[in-house]
Design a protein around this ligand. Structure first.
Ligand code: FAD
Ligand code: NAD
Length: 397
């Protein structure tokens, strides 16, 4: 009998946990496990708003994958997946082909631009470490350019489309970064504008209204201007057009209007809703019992038949469940249904403030900031133990 081959695509929140749990739970020669990811490092997606704004070193969001897995137990392949062919049980990489018996798709989502004209082409997206390095460098470059062409104040106007958690966390960091850049480039801070445009009637739609109000106030005090209940309609290289007709001149649009599933999943022929696969209770694609989809690409519904939002906490729990089910499948054991446990949500508002709900408790200000650090450090601890926390963690201040 041939040893079954497990192929994991993506080393983000879902993929890295699946690999780590498999390496712990599988016995010698029970399965060949291969992890494929685009970069030789895992990036902590939930930290990306900070290096994007330039308030944190990108190194802090970057962990070498070979430090997280045991190479004797898991093969790591640094490559980009180009196509998934479920009929042939093959995955096409940029530089080769891998076949599998079991597949785990954990490649994360991609920005949803809702077909807004010019958005894909002209906006920036908080998506990967390389993408946020570009945002940080671009923002700083606008200050340098302004000094050369001081009649062009639009260089100092920054538009963030979408006031969901990503948009809110990013504007919080950006507002903290502006004073530093103003000092560095000798620019009057009054000339800098940060707009956060949100189509829904409130920022952070669906979140606790009292905390939203508090968060918006904190950000306004830092200089963020909200435009709520107004959609971004068009995005051009030098301006955006809003639904109320307003035109904002800018060279920097950061789109945080939502995410959808990875296009490759749809291309593989799986049935999708906004690019995500409605997985069965064991996280498998219906009709493809050997294919698991986890993280941002998986659609799981709660008791009220509403989809769970794509979050790191769910991606991680899915990874644990998926590893268990893979081991059970190989051993002919019992699969476990996935039951998400939502512990809460804490969002940062830049330095010194945050908002969150943990269990039934509402948190804001300093307490919420400390809770956010605990959550961030817990992830580092889970994947890399105390030494990773000491190297990349955040501590009380
Ligand atoms: P990801 O973590 O995105 O990982 C995908 C992996 O696949 C990456 O390693 C990538 O390199 C790899 N990959 C992608 N395409 C390919 C390819 N073609 N070939 C090979 N490899 C590929 N959620 C929370 O619960 N709490 C938070 O505080 C929070 N904060 C966030 C802050 C920001 C700024 C952002 C953007 C998101 C935040 N989220 C948060 C959401 C959370 O990050 C995602 O839900 C989570 O990362 C999804 O995990 P995943 O495993 O599906 O994908
Ligand atoms: P999102 O879908 O949660 O928010 C996108 C926002 O953009 C929405 O409020 C939407 O109304 C708005 N929008 C859409 N089209 C628009 C338009 N044309 N003009 C203006 N606004 C528009 O997306 P996100 O914020 O990227 O979050 C993605 C996932 O990651 C969510 O599940 C979120 O919970 C999670 N996340 C969590 C945290 C945290 O827990 N701290 C931080 C970041 C992200």
């Amino acid at each position: 009998n041939r040893i079954p081959r497990i192929l994991i695509l993506g080393a983000g929140y879902g993929g890295i946990i699946t690999a780590q749990k498999l390496q712990k739970q599988l016995n010698y020669n029970e399965a060949d496990v291969t992890l494929v990811s685009k970069h030789e490092y895992h990036y902590v997606t939930t930290h990306l708003h900070m290096p994007a704004a330039g308030t944190d070193d990108p190194q802090n969001a970057k962990v070498n994958i070979l430090k997280l897995i045991d190479e004797f137990k898991i093969d790591f392949v640094k490559s980009t997946v180009q196509q998934i062919r479920p009929q042939e049980k093959k995955v096409i990489l940029e530089d080769g082909t891998l076949s599998y018996d079991y597949l785990v798709i954990a490649m994360g989502g991609q920005p949803e631009t809702f077909g807004i004209p010019g958005m894909k082409e002209n906006a920036f997206f908080i998506r990967s470490l390389n993408a946020v390095n570009m945002i940080r460098a671009h923002i700083e470059y606008q200050f340098a350019k302004y000094k050369m062409e001081p009649h062009r104040q639009e260089y100092l106007t920054f538009v963030v489309g979408g006031a969901g958690f990503t948009g809110i966390e990013f504007v919080g960091e950006l507002a903290d970064r502006i004073p530093v850049l103003c000092r560095r480039y000798d620019v009057d801070p009054k000339l800098v504008k940060i707009y956060n445009v949100e189509a829904a009637p409130t920022a952070l739609p669906g979140f606790d209204p009292e905390l939203v109000q508090y968060g918006v106030k904190v950000l306004e005090n830092k200089g963020v201007q909200f435009k709520i209940g107004i959609a971004v309609k068009e995005c051009h290289p030098d301006h955006v057009v809003l639904a109320d007709g307003e035109v904002i001149k800018t060279r920097t649009v950061v789109w945080t209007g939502g995410i959808r599933g990875n296009q490759m999943i749809e291309d593989a022929g799986f049935e999708v809703m906004r690019g995500r696969v409605k997985v069965d209770e064991h996280l498998r694609v219906s009709g493809n019992d050997n294919v698991y989809v986890i993280g941002d690409n998986a659609l799981v519904f709660n008791e009220e038949n509403r989809p769970y939002p794509p979050t790191a906490q769910i991606a991680m729990q899915m990874g644990i469940n998926c590893a268990h089910n893979l081991v059970a499948s190989i051993r002919g054991g019992q699969l476990k249904p996935f039951q998400p446990q939502i512990k809460g949500t804490v969002a940062s508002l830049g330095k010194g403030s945050a908002i969150g709900v943990v269990g039934k408790r509402k948190l804001k200000g300093w307490t919420a900031v400390q809770m956010k650090k605990i959550i961030d450090n817990r992830w580092l601890f889970t994947i890399g133990g105390i030494s990773l926390v000491l190297r990349k963690g955040r501590f009380f201040s």
